[in-house]
Design a protein around this ligand. Structure first.
Ligand code: SAM
Length: 450
């Protein structure tokens, strides 16, 4: 039996926003799931439009919610039914950010509310969106700036308040504002050449012949995409695994670790595999990499990618990196720990709204357990990288100091680019920043087991 059910673009966007929040998916993955069930000749166009909406609404959510909370008076958008809240966010975004005619924006939302809920809720949505239409955002922001400058920054640049406070403390006011601004700019793409299948000159020529302008970077096998006619992921050589999209700082980790052909390497939080596959390429597929991850779904994605990239020396293991033990031990370990992802706001704006202090404390405890477990798995004289895409000192430098107290030594690695870090080990660790290095904000330290 074949069934068709008509849905509007607004429903798809509200579904995606709801999935992003409830299942903690990225915008892209939420839409991938939804579009598996969508057919029609305009599917790809619709997916592109929906993605742009979801991405921008997640990016601007603090400002959108500020508007809604100002007109809701008394109640808060976070307390409403999530699907209804998301529909109101879409309406507000269309009116106040996209310049859609307010009557049209309101009507599209109210129609969906009527269908999904009832007439009372539809009247409520209609009343709220009429208030949004009349609301003077600039005036309200001016008032807020006088009253509470941190809150103003948080709303004006749409970042969590804790993050604004944290980076002002860490970087000072002016630099913090530069970081906030850089997180709002369009994502920068980097291409890592898969040296198991190609070399940088060939890939560079191929990309340029296909309308992609690129530049060299401080990382040998990585190119910066300056502009393109069609997305690089739609090119034949991407499909064939000659290159992958990988952020600049993330692609620095394997170079810092420097795994050699024939070695035994452990990746304790491996999926979706960017660093594992990079290590495999540096090892020329010789030796063994044991790639552990807690998420079965992500490991399965890794399996697919492995085939495409021609990676042959990786064993996938579904296990907890806090307790996984392999008695033979390893010469090298990659620990790219789960973290608050607070360095990836430009790429994944939805993660801005996912972490509070409580959750960050829990993730730090996992990071520390993984460091202790890396120590158990490392052979004497073995080396490892500890990296995160977090900006926070407690997830980075403080964890390294914790590792030193537990027996590790820090390797004084000659980082060729990036910034120094903080605290007493600051000189010996690596930091990249979105506003300075045009990539994710990132941390790397190299450790050794004596
Ligand atoms: C930052 S991501 C790793 C990215 C990966 N290294 C790469 O370069 O593609 C963190 C990973 O840790 C995994 N993870 C979270 N908790 C874990 C645990 N207790 N044991 C193992 N993996 C875990 C998550 O599933 C996620 O895939």
């Amino acid at each position: 039996m074949e069934l068709f059910y008509r849905v509007s673009l607004h429903e798809i966007i509200a579904d995606a926003l709801t999935l992003v929040e409830e299942k903690e998916l990225s915008s892209k993955h939420a839409l991938e799931r939804i579009f598996k069930r969508v057919e029609g000749k305009d599917k790809e166009t619709a997916r592109g439009i929906a993605h742009a909406y979801v991405f921008e609404i997640e990016k601007w959510r603090a400002k959108i919610d500020f508007i809604l909370n100002s007109v809701l008076r008394g109640s808060k958008v976070e307390d409403l039914d999530l699907y209804l809240a998301n529909l109101l966010r879409i309406g507000t975004f269309e009116m106040k950010f996209k310049g859609v005619n307010p009557a049209i924006a309101t009507d599209s939302v109210v129609r969906v509310v009527k269908e999904k809920f009832d007439l009372t809720k539809a009247k409520f949505a209609n009343a709220i969106l009429r208030e949004v239409e009349k609301f003077n955002v600039e005036k309200a922001l001016r008032k807020l700036k006088e009253k509470d400058r941190i809150e103003w920054l948080s709303v004006r640049f749409s970042h969590p308040r804790w993050y604004v406070e944290y980076i002002i403390d860490m970087l000072g006011y002016d630099e913090a504002v530069r970081l906030l601004l850089s997180n709002l700019r369009p994502q920068r793409y980097y291409v890592r050449v898969n040296t198991l299948k190609a070399d940088i000159d060939k890939v560079r020529r191929y990309l340029e012949e296909n309308g992609v302008r690129v530049a060299l970077t401080p990382v040998d096998d990585v190119l910066k995409v300056l502009d393109y006619e069609k997305p690089v992921t739609r090119l034949e050589w991407h499909r064939k695994g000659y290159f992958v999209i990988q952020d600049l700082a993330s692609a620095y980790v394997a170079h810092v670790l420097n795994p050699e052909p024939g070695e035994r390497v452990l990746d304790l939080a491996a999926a979706p595999g960017s660093k594992t596959f990079h290590a495999a390429a540096l090892m020329e597929n010789k030796g063994e990499i044991v790639a552990v991850d807690y998420s079965y779904d992500r490991l399965m994605k890794m399996k697919e990618r492995m085939k495409r990239l021609g990676v042959k020396n990786v064993k996938l293991v579904h296990a907890d990196g806090q307790s996984f033990i392999d008695r033979e031990g390893f010469e090298k370990i990659i620990l790219d720990a789960p973290c608050s992802s607070s360095g990836t706001y430009r790429q994944f704006p939805e993660v801005k709204w996912r972490f509070d202090e409580e959750k960050i404390k829990r993730v730090i405890s996992v990071q520390r357990n993984m460091l202790l477990n890396a120590y158990r798995n490392l052979r004497s004289g073995g080396e490892m990288t500890y990296s995160t895409c977090s900006i926070r000192i407690d997830e980075n430098e403080e964890n390294v100091i914790f590792a030193l107290e537990k027996g590790f030594e820090i390797v004084d690695y000659p980082f060729e680019w990036g910034d120094k870090g903080f605290l007493e080990i600051g000189e010996k660790v690596f930091r990249a920043w979105t506003h300075k290095h045009d990539c994710n904000s990132f941390f790397i330290a190299k450790l050794r087991k004596p």
